[in-house]
Design a protein around this ligand. Sequence first.
Ligand code: NIG
Ligand code: FE
Length: 426
Amino acid sequence: MYDTLIENIGQLILPAEGPLKGDAMKQLDVKENMALAFEDGKVAWIGTNEEAQKLKASERVDAMEKTVTPGLVDPHTHLVFGGSRENELALKQAGVPYLEILQQGGGILSTVEATRAESETDLYEKAKQTLEQIASHGVTTLEAKSGYGLERESELKQLRVVKRLNEESLLDLVSTFLGPHAIPPEYKGKEEAFLDEMIRLLPEISEEGLAEFTDIFCETGVFTIEQSRRFMKASQELGFQTKIHADEIDPLGGTELAVSMAAASADHLVAASDEGIDSLADGDTVAVLLPGTTFYLGKDHYANARKMIDSGAAVALATDFNPGSCVTYNLQMIMSLAALKMRMTPEEIWNSVTVNAAHAIGRGDVAGCLCVGRKADVVLWDVPNYKYIPYHYAANHAKAVWKSGRKVWERRGARVFSVPQPGQGC
Ligand code: NIG
Ligand code: FE
């Protein structure tokens, strides 16, 4: 007797174990007329719909010939922050560049001010609501960064919120310390001293189990390649895995640095050089691409996903959800942008938000694939096939989402037709 049996699945999407590099990203196992059962939070059985008719389960779900996939993995979010930045939209419309807004003390620094001012409880409550929205869009595992504190107490406050969300929610959150995200006003002109300050926090973060990864914003006017190398080295010496916001705006060589340091991921890569792109094929660093950010910043030039995949890199996709450069938690929308703006195929896109995304955050052995014995992180999509999601953009196609076999979200029908209103009788 299984706990749950999803039967009558039109398409069951089974990404292979990864990380998938280059041509391997073009393969996607798509099985038709299937069924899937969970027990004790794990996938317990996968077979044909015909075989499923003999099975017993406490709950039977009719997928109505729609599509079932692993829970999505979002490997790059700035989940926890105070305030919002809708006032910057006008600046962006006036053509003020992202880095200039930052230099003027706005952008990331305005979120830093708001985050420092908010209590841990308020940050938790806000992030909790965001997390529910994220889950409703089909994501069951995600990464969450700090980086809006830029001083000890506020950075730890953000990391404690992530830890608590991981403990108290059903979702899996992977925590990243992004202390070197910007230079706070009190350290203007003293970048090295600020970096030292962030490096001094690493032992405490490690001892308290507040983060598994570290990250740094390597960019003109923020942190240099040399500073990034120093921070990554210090992180690795303490047992952290590393990530880097690399080559987002200027081609500083962050991609090459990430590969040479065996970073888990290099993220953004819009301006990565040909050498940087080529280096990805030889290393184990996953290229995490964030087309939602390019879109939101109003740029025409997207990361060269085609060249990366065609030359052998492992590519993943993420939202980069944050209050300034990408204000969406809809990973399905990112899948559409990957198709429309980066010419990724549907198969490459699905591998990028499942298996490769899981590898980018050190969860390749527990998330991103569906096989017997794995956590039952499953999405039932209200779509006829897997190609439909990148095609029909900006909607939420998730019909039901299970995390470790427990339903964390289900779409309730709209009440647009035929609902009697109070006092209308009959
Ligand atoms: O990944 N590029 C740096 N950090 C974030 C943006 C954060 C913000 O603008 O608040 C990013 O895009
Ligand atoms: Fe980011």
